[in-house]
Design a binder for this molecule. Structure first.
Ligand code: NAP
Length: 377
């Protein structure tokens, strides 16, 4: 425990921030904030807005921002603005495996993605029409509607505490995608200034399981703190609609409830996958369907970082109990097997110690064969 708690010590987050405020971003910093004059309503953006290409250049993204179609069919600028809310400016902090994956969906729904991360993803971002910033400070100057935390569970406390909230709009929504929920909920409630919205989410899929689309995959969310007055509620709905429009099965539940379910499902799945990976299972010429499933599970599990798995354990209060249950269940099954075997062998040993004379057919008086090989069948 003492060792693991070193993760909390805030070791060198975003080292580039100190040395450089420069960033690789081609988006105009003065993109008009349409929300200032648009009457925002909780409108689900139409699928037709799914036009931003993954390979679009940043300037293409900007053009798209201004070309979102109107619901009404009336092409006058005033009615277009009233019908469709302006696309969101979503800043992603932590642009690793999952940050990049989730950015794809945000862009597909026509929103602008900006990112900052400890590592340099400027080349990737330039290729995908995303503004990359070398520091979170610079990202926070970008008039974001939503700041989406996609850092590892282990680093999130340090990452969140280092956010310069004074640089953000005072009504910014801070959302997270961590695979545990009570921890970020309590952290954000503690650290964020009161005007900031908080939405805790967990997309229950990742780059492997969601690589063919997000349709019907569960998306868990908890609107922890969303102001009803002003734009925040509408922007919250607009943000959640990204996942709804991608076809996710939207599941609203409390963070505590999520953690109870996830410990008994996701943590168990990851644990079994990790255990199987220790067996170094190989494909055989006679794979059953079940075995194929296990091979796939192992592959999916180890494609996630060990930090992620450790976070599922360390930051979910229900995980230890599930690990204990798993161990007990394994022991119970082992006992069921060895108990039956012992019973059989003991019977044989006892009967051998006091042999019953065989009848002429070669059967013992207890009905068993006198042949040792036949007795084992
Ligand atoms: P991860 O190993 O959990 O997190 C990697 C991310 O954390 C990278 O962006 C990395 O930044 C950042 N990071 C790690 N240590 C850091 C530190 N000391 N300081 C600052 N940043 C640090 O892998 P992941 O799969 O990308 O997951 C990201 C988040 O998404 C996690 O909270 C996870 O629970 C959640 N999530 C993942 C999945 C999934 O299927 N993978 C599904 C749902 C939710 P750099 O890349 O810049 O180093």
């Amino acid at each position: 425990m003492a060792t693991s708690l070193r993760h909390f010590a805030g070791l060198g987050y975003f080292p580039a921030a100190a040395s450089s405020s420069g960033f690789t971003c081609f988006l105009r910093r003065d993109t008009p904030n349409f929300c200032a004059f648009v009457a925002l309503r909780p409108i689900r953006p139409p699928a037709a807005t799914v036009t931003a290409k993954a390979s679009a250049s940043p300037s293409t993204v900007e053009q798209h921002v201004q070309a979102v179609p109107s619901h009404s069919g009336d092409s006058s600028p005033a009615s277009s603005a009233a019908a469709v809310p302006a696309p969101l400016r979503v800043g992603i902090v932590g642009f690793g495996n999952f940050g990049q994956f989730i950015a794809g969906g945000v862009q597909r729904q026509g929103h602008t993605v900006l990112a900052a991360s400890r590592s340099d993803y400027s080349t990737y971002c330039a290729q995908h029409g995303i503004g990359f910033f070398r520091s979170v400070d610079a990202l926070c100057e970008e008039q974001l509607d939503v700041l989406l935390i996609c850092s590892s569970i282990l680093s999130t406390e340090g990452v969140v505490r280092a956010i310069p909230f004074h640089r953000l709009r005072p009504d910014t929504i801070v959302a997270d995608v961590l695979s545990v929920k009570e921890f970020p909920r309590n952290l954000l409630l503690e650290v964020l200034p009161p005007g900031f919205g908080i939405i805790c989410t967990h997309p229950m899929f990742g780059p492997e399981s969601g690589k063919h689309g997000w349709g019907k995959l569960p998306f868990v969310f908890d609107k922890v703190r969303v102001a009803e007055d002003g734009d925040q509620a509408a922007k919250c709905d607009q943000f959640l609609s990204i996942f709804e429009q991608e076809g996710c099965r939207m599941v609203e539940m409390s963070c505590a409830e999520h953690d109870r379910y996830a410990a008994g499902s996701q943590f168990i799945t990851h644990t079994i996958g990790r255990v199987l990976s220790q067996l170094n299972l190989k494909s055989t010429p006679i794979n059953t369907k079940g075995y194929e499933t296990l091979l796939q599970l192992t592959k999916n599990t180890v494609s996630d970082s060990f930090d992620l798995y450790y976070g599922l354990f360390m930051y979910n209060i229900n995980a230890t109990e599930q690990l204990d249950n798993l161990e007990m269940s394994f022991e119970k099954v082992r006992q069921m097997l060895s108990g039956r075997l012992h019973e059989f062998i003991r019977k044989q040993i006892v009967e051998r110690a006091a042999p019953v004379p065989a009848d002429p057919s070669g059967k013992l008086a207890n009905g068993l064969s006198s042949s040792p090989a036949a007795r084992l069948l």
